[in-house]
Design a protein around this ligand. Structure first.
Ligand code: NAD
Length: 357
């Protein structure tokens, strides 16, 4: 089994460097405990790269990412770069990396921690016990389909896009969904709009075909409008939700909002060859440099890396349990603090987590 991993570390802007530091400290402890080694190499991305070399994704950074086993990413963006032309902005660096690495699947877990039930916009009895994953296809669908455009027809403007999925794109994401479900509660909900859209009818057909190889996993199909509703009525019933790009864009944000705490949500984007791990929140310029950012989303992203890239699910569970314990002990960064809990900064939260590893 592979024991040495080269990781491209891209802290980015705002709180990026602070939360990435926290994740690296946790990974150091994990590497000793589980007998693996990491070679962390840092590179510039986003606004930091624009300031240094005038490009949000310098060639060297991209090269490093392609030579590495995984990329650990902080966040990019900030007011300073908001007035640059779109293709020169920090966010463009992130979009380009995703494209260059051919990341076809985005994985976003949403878990309700007992200690943080108050933070959810839902009633406690509905949110308690929620533990689901949204798997969103990233490279196809109406976002990339051709033809697309705005033009004039019959003396008025018309805008149009093409919703399209190739069979092989549906197959590979469906397979991943069933594989992920096997490591969880063995249930996949495939979300589409097959009552109206041909592309969804094909989606459903192909998911059913792939399911033949995964008979041990329960499969249900759900229309996206119904899914949006069931996610707030009975979110506990979902395990793995798999869906296309545009439905996934919306459903993954909805699922993330269930737990109510942006600083807690990790993510992974996976391709045939590359993997990319990042918290879902942005660079939080309002609190950057103060040392008070919540590092948990990034630490949990590192846990996803241990599971998916390093094939060490036990190390991932170790980190997740440590996070759960510090929350139970009452440790809170400012963003999740409530009366009666212990307010800590980024470093104190990180140390508290490490104590449990
Ligand atoms: P944001 O996620 O950065 O912040 C939203 C709010 O949540 C802020 O009040 C922030 O302080 C808080 N917050 C976010 N993460 C936190 C954490 N770990 N700990 C404590 N509080 C946290 O979103 P925004 O304010 O809309 O965007 C700020 C910048 O980030 C913009 O330039 C935006 O383009 C960029 N952005 C980048 C990414 C990315 O790099 N993946 C994603 C979203 C936004």
């Amino acid at each position: 089994m592979k024991k040495h991993f080269k990781i491209a570390v891209l802290p980015g802007d705002g709180i990026g460097p602070e939360i990435i530091d926290a994740a690296l400290k946790v990974l150091d402890v994990i590497s000793k405990k589980y007998g693996i080694t990491f070679e962390f190499e840092k590179a510039l991305v986003g606004g930091a790269a624009i300031d240094a070399v005038g490009d949000p994704l310098p060639e060297e950074t991209l090269k490093l990412c392609k030579e590495s086993d995984a990329v650990l990413f902080g966040a990019v963006g900030g007011e300073k770069w908001d007035n640059l032309p779109t293709d020169k902005r920090p966010e463009k660096g992130l979009l380009r990396i995703r494209k260059e690495l051919n990341l076809f699947a985005n994985i976003r877990p949403a878990k309700a921690y007992d200690a943080l039930l108050d933070a959810s916009p839902l009633k406690q009895e509905i949110i308690k016990g929620v533990n689901l994953v949204v798997l969103r296809e990233l490279t196809g669908d109406v976002y990339f389909g051709e033809p697309r455009g705005i033009e004039e027809r019959n003396n008025e403007r018309v805008g149009y896009n093409t919703m399209i999925y190739y069979e092989h794109e549906i197959k590979r994401i469906a397979r991943l969904a069933f594989e992920i479900a096997r490591g969880r509660r063995n249930k996949v909900t495939s979300v589409d709009k097959a009552n109206v859209l041909e592309v969804s009818a094909l989606w459903r057909e192909v998911v059913n075909e792939v399911h033949n190889d995964y008979a041990d996993v329960e499969l249900e199909h759900m229309y996206v409008d119904n899914c949006a509703m069931q996610l707030i009525r009975r979110p506990r019933d979902f395990d793995v939700i798999v869906t296309g790009n545009i439905f996934g864009d919306i459903i993954s944000d909805e699922a993330g909002a269930l737990t109510g705490s942006l600083g807690m949500l990790p993510s992974a984007s996976i391709g045939e060859r590359y993997a990319f791990y990042e918290p879902i929140h942005g660079s939080a310029p309002d609190i950057a440099g103060k040392g008070i950012a919540n590092p948990i989303a990034t630490i949990l992203s590192a846990a996803m890396m241990l599971e998916l890239t390093c094939k060490l699910p036990e190390a991932a569970r170790d980190i997740e349990n440590a996070v759960e314990k510090v929350l139970e002990e009452g440790y809170r960064t400012a963003d999740i603090w409530s009366v009666g809990t212990k307010r800590v900064n980024t470093q104190e939260m990180t140390e508290a987590i490490i104590k449990h590893l």
